[in-house]
Design a protein around this ligand. Structure first.
Ligand SMILES: NC(=O)c1ccc[n+]([C@@H]2O[C@H](COP(=O)([O-])OP(=O)(O)OC[C@H]3O[C@@H](n4cnc5c(N)ncnc54)[C@H](O)[C@@H]3O)[C@@H](O)[C@H]2O)c1
Length: 272
């Protein structure tokens, strides 16, 4: 298979890069020639993803422990990326995230706070750390190539209404507003900032959700997943690679004029 190499000599950092959508993004960028930094709480899995990236790209990759909800941890991880690859930071993907959902009156404040901390504050801290590096490097980048790209992983939950999903929906809607604001702040530096809003995508997160909700509804996880697939016009879940392909497009030169958007990659779920 012929693989286009849009990201040779580029430096890419992905939070939540050890697993799921973040991992698929790491592998896609590596396949296209990038040096990839995998930032994740799960260091062992991050090391494994970084090793796969090195095989694909023939370039060094980094695995860094990072808790996106902790400002010092995010700053330290981005400093490590800048120290390792001082040539610049081209692409940042904020994919780290968690899910929890309960009927509104049953949401413990601690659960609300935990999801907001990771899914919204984590994206803010990631964007802030990325911006500090990208704002300094603009002048050495070609205007036509862009000064860099930030891609935040929101969700269809940020675009449509879901019950029993207060903290997750609020965080994911917040990511869309945050993305627009950061896009305005970064535009003078030639950095585009967009969000991707995946629909149901087959990852560990979804399998965990399936197990919990299915048990509540008296179904097996498999039955619940088959039912959820029927909600989608395409009658299936996305594969992580389908989300990663759109993320890579948004980071490519072809998407240089797409800015501040929140793009649904959901098989038509929100539209329907
Ligand atoms: N899977 C879906 O159906 C779906 C749909 C819409 C949006 N999303 C979003 O996509 C993103 C990735 O989800 P996924 O399905 O790949 O999940 P996943 O659970 O498979 O992977 C999430 C990764 O994030 C890491 N992570 C979690 N908390 C972290 C923290 N505090 N700091 C750093 N890393 C942390 C985990 O260790 C893991 O490697 C999330 O933001 C999620 O909300 C997923």
């Amino acid at each position: 298979m012929y693989v286009i190499k849009r990201f040779e000599d580029k430096v890419v950092a992905v939070t939540g890069g050890a697993k799921g959508i973040g991992k698929a993004c790491c592998l896609r960028f590596a396949e296209e020639g990038a040096r990839v930094a995998v930032l994740d709480l799960a260091l062992e899995d991050a090391v494994a993803t970084a090793a796969e990236c090195e095989k694909l790209s023939g370039q060094p990759a980094l695995a860094l422990h990072c808790n996106v909800a902790d400002a010092a941890s995010v700053d330290a991880a981005f400093k490590a990326v800048a120290d390792a690859w001082p040539q610049g930071l081209d692409v940042v993907v904020a994919s780290a995230g968690i899910y929890s959902g309960q009927p509104l009156v049953e949401v413990p404040l601690s659960e609300w706070q935990k999801v907001i901390d990771v899914d919204l504050t984590g994206v803010f801290l990631t964007n802030q750390a990325a911006a500090k590096i990208m704002m300094k490097q603009t002048c050495r980048r070609s205007p036509s190539g862009g000064g860099g790209s930030i891609i935040n992983i929101s969700s269809m939950a940020g675009k449509t209404s879901w019950s029993a999903s207060a903290q997750y929906s609020a965080a994911k809607s917040g990511v869309i507003g945050l993305t627009r604001s950061v896009a305005m702040d970064m535009a003078p530096y030639g950095v585009t900032v967009n969000a991707v809003c995946p629909g149901n995508t087959m990852t560990e997160m979804v399998q965990g959700v399936a197990a919990t909700i299915a048990a509540r509804d008296g179904l097996s996880a498999g039955e619940w997943l088959r039912l959820r697939a029927q909600d989608c016009p395409l009658k299936r879940f996305a594969e992580s690679e389908e989300i990663a392909g759109v993320v890579a497009f948004l980071a490519s030169r072809d998407a240089g004029y797409i800015n501040g958007q929140a793009i649904e990659v959901d098989g038509g779920m929100v539209m329907s």
